[in-house]
Each structure stands twice: as structure tokens, then as C-alpha cells.
Design a protein around this ligand. Structure first.
Ligand SMILES: *[C@@H]1O[C@H](CO)[C@@H](O)[C@H](O)[C@H]1NC(C)=O
Length: 295
């Protein structure tokens, strides 16, 4: 085969693989791996666990969480965000060693946070990484599609070398292991998987100037795809750090390939609204930035 045919064949294989992955994931009911954190009015398990609606109203926020904690693997979910006037709402999908409770000095966290907006205005997707208690790594992008129209996948590939944030199949952000440069990396404790929908209007909308419009309540965000392809941490993390032939430890997943680097650079050029790496005012520019942007 010529190289064009080869690329085409690879694309077909990837598409089929993605379809299979979606099928198997949607077959795992919510209750197999997750449980509601708020009552049945606010965490609505639908169609036998096929999908879950988080419902925010004036009485309560809404949330669910994984039953296990995980260390390395591929973790993600299909999400359909609050339609219409969602200004002030925050839909969060995140991994945390602390479950968003009391934050220990060594807590690890990887976040997708979707900041709602007025009808017709674009959502902002904010991501962040905390490693050993150190965060302050916000990036904000706009999305190239309407995230309220249908489910899109938001996922993380996480192994000893790299954390890749994906929107569908597109890498939007990378956080590499830079321990050699004294940058902590999340690699020694399990994280739970959390989703929540809450009133973030105190900070999410232009510094709190746009309050949430409760007349538009209830606000509903939907989630599906509850399979987890990651190493579940039992009593010890050793089984996950040993790298016993898990696919995410194989060489091809240790870094982005050339095509993915092109995709990431395209995101950076067209969609980044804010990046801590270029925030000279807060002066958070650190040694990790150049390698995470493939400069
Ligand atoms: C809402 O959209 C406008 C652009 O139309 C943008 O300037 C603003 O930052 C957005 N707000 C949020 C909270 O995403």
C-alpha cells in the first residue's frame, strides 16, 4: 500500500475502534461503576442506567461519583451540556484524589469545567491540573461545535509519562511528566471520577457580574458512557504503577504522534482564550509549559 492508502486504512481502523468502544461503554449501566451523590430529583438515572441527567434547581446542585478510585488509564464520558440560557451554571467532569472535599496538600486533580453562557453565546471549557497539591494551571478554550446539541466525549488518557485531555478524538491539552525538572506529576494515588452541575455564578460569569437566571431552571446536563478503562486502585497502588501490560503503558501512548501534535497546535492557534503559560501578570509561567505545547 502507498502511504495514502495506509493512512486511510488507519483512519478506518480508528473509526471502527471508536465505534466499538462507544458501544461497549454504553452497555455498562451507570450503577455498575457510579452512584448518585444527590437525591433522585437531582441525579436522575434514566433508561436503566443508559444515561444520567444532573438537574440543578433553586433547592440543590447535582452530582454523581465513581465507586472506585483509579490510577492510570483512559477515563471519559459522553456529555450533553445545559441548553439555552445556562449563564452562571458550571458543569464539571473531573478526577480528584480528594473528591472535592477537604483538600490535602498533596491532592491530585484533573478538571473539565464547562462555564455556561447566555442563549446563543459559546460555552467556555476550562481545564486544570493539580499535582501534589499544586494547581494554578487553568486553560480556557472555546468549542468548535454546540456542546448542548448532542453528546460529545470528554476524556483523559493518563499514564506515567503524559496526561492528554481529549474533546472527542482531538487532543486539546497535554500535561507531561516533568518530574526530572522538579514538576510534580500525579502518579502515586488513585483518583475518583466526579460529575456535578452547580451554581458557579459567583465566579464563572465575568467575575460574578451575571447572576444565574432561576426562571430558566431546572438546568439539565446529561451524561452517558459509564464504562471505565483504567486501573482500579484496591488496597495498594502498586498493581497500577507496576504497568503489567496495560495498553495505556505501551509505547505508542507515551506521547502524541505527529498528527495529534498538529491537532493540538491547531487548537492552540484557534481556540485558546486563556492559558496560564502565557499569563505574565500572574507570572505562573513555568518550566513545564514549552514541553506541554510542543515548542
Ligand atoms: C459568553 O460568551 C461571550 C462571547 O460571546 C464571551 O465573551 C464570554 O466570556 C462568555 N462567558 C462565559 C462565562 O463563557
Amino acid at each position: 500500500m502507498g502511504s495514502k492508502e495506509q493512512s486511510l486504512a488507519l483512519v478506518v481502523v480508528l473509526i471502527v475502534a471508536a465505534m466499538l468502544l462507544q458501544c461497549t461503554e454504553s452497555l455498562v449501566p451507570f450503577g455498575a461503576n457510579y452512584g448518585a451523590s444527590t437525591d433522585a430529583t437531582h441525579t436522575r438515572v434514566q433508561a436503566g442506567g443508559d444515561h444520567v441527567d444532573l438537574v440543578l434547581d433553586a433547592t440543590s446542585a447535582a452530582a454523581f461519583a465513581s465507586k472506585n478510585k483509579y490510577l492510570f488509564g483512559s477515563i471519559g464520558m459522553g456529555t450533553k451540556l445545559v441548553p439555552g440560557n445556562s449563564a452562571g451554571t458550571v458543569t464539571a467532569y473531573y478526577l480528584s484524589s480528594e473528591g472535592g472535599q477537604s483538600v490535602r496538600s498533596v491532592h491530585d486533580e484533573m478538571d473539565f469545567e464547562f462555564l455556561g453562557n447566555s442563549s446563543g453565546q459559546p460555552y467556555i471549557l476550562q481545564t486544570n491540573v493539580f499535582a501534589q497539591g499544586k494547581g494554578d494551571r487553568e486553560q480556557k478554550i472555546t468549542l468548535w461545535f454546540d456542546p448542548t446539541a448532542e453528546y460529545h466525549s470528554y476524556s483523559l488518557l493518563w499514564n506515567k509519562n503524559i496526561i492528554v485531555f481529549y474533546v472527542d478524538t482531538v487532543p486539546i491539552r497535554v500535561f507531561k511528566n516533568n518530574e526530572a525538572k522538579d514538576v510534580p506529576f500525579p502518579n502515586n494515588q488513585g483518583v475518583g471520577i466526579y460529575a456535578s452541575l452547580w451554581d458557579g455564578s459567583a465566579w464563572a460569569t465575568q467575575g460574578g457580574s451575571v447572576p444565574l437566571d432561576w426562571k430558566a431552571a431546572p438546568f439539565v446536563a446529561s451524561f452517558k458512557g459509564f464504562g471505565v478503562d483504567a486501573c482500579a486502585v484496591g488496597n495498594s497502588v502498586a498493581a497500577c504503577t507496576a504497568g503489567n501490560g496495560n495498553w495505556w503503558d505501551s509505547e505508542q501512548y507515551q506521547d502524541l504522534n505527529a498528527n495529534q501534535i498538529r491537532q493540538l497546535k491547531n487548537i492552540r492557534q484557534k481556540y485558546v482564550l486563556y492559558d496560564y503559560c502565557t499569563d505574565t501578570e500572574r507570572n505562573l509561567v513555568t518550566t513545564e509549559c514549552a514541553s506541554n505545547w510542543y515548542e
